[in-house]
Write a protein that binds this ligand. Structure first.
Ligand code: BEZ
Length: 202
């Protein structure tokens, strides 16, 4: 299998963390891929017509995207149990969706600065994205700690990758402020091997 990847993408990190956690990292070739949202790369569209990372090429089937689909596939492939059955399943999927939403808003904030001309920057829009991040981080702190402290699921991996991205790109906004329980949980989780092996670049 080939994983189209960027070490700065929190979505790609989530997939890489699952590969490590489930003992499948050696089954993939990592293809470092740089994409521009302004000029989608034609060759890459075969892997993902949305021209986004990550995408997983398989020998025995079409490419898989996005990170949620790839993570569920890898979990299935390794029978790893990151998606429990029963009522807990819905909590886990909401946790993953919350983490992915934090990633989405946080990446869009970066893209505003990186890809839009400076005279078209809209600080109110960036603040609006941050208020989504802030609200979701607060919800994790106030309502999800017992789930985060439970058995390992895709929910914890996704949340940790989202918080890692906030540290990587938005450290100045200090998400830990007022979220002590979440900060304490993350301090433990980020030392896990799958997180250490996939840390974004300095
Ligand atoms: C980043 O540089 O922050 C980034 C790169 C690829 C995908 C998402 C974010």
């Amino acid at each position: 299998m080939k994983l189209h990847y960027s070490d700065a993408s929190p979505f790609a990190r989530k997939v890489a963390a699952v590969l490590h956690e489930t003992g499948q990292f050696d089954d993939v070739e990592i293809i470092n891929t740089a994409l521009s949202p302004l000029a989608p790369t034609e060759g890459y569209r075969v892997k993902n017509p949305l021209s986004k990372l990550p995408a997983l090429e398989r020998a025995d089937g079409p490419s898989l995207y996005d990170s949620r689909v790839i993570c569920a596939y890898l979990d299935d492939r390794a029978n790893a149990g990151l998606y429990p059955a029963g009522d807990t399943r819905w909590n886990v999927l909401v946790l993953e969706a919350t983490a992915d939403g934090i990633m989405d808003a946080a990446v869009l904030m970066v893209y505003e600065g990186r890809w839009r001309p400076e005279d078209k920057h809209c600080p109110e829009w960036v603040d609006g994205q941050w208020s989504k991040v802030n609200g979701a981080v607060k919800a994790l702190n106030d309502r999800w700690i017992s789930q985060l402290n439970g058995p390992l699921t895709i929910g914890q991996i996704a949340v940790a990758c989202a918080l890692g991205y906030l540290d990587f790109r938005h450290a100045d906004r200090n998400w830990r402020n007022g979220n002590d329980a979440l900060a304490a949980w993350y301090a433990g989780f980020e030392t896990r091997d799958c997180m250490v092996a996939t840390r974004p670049p300095e």
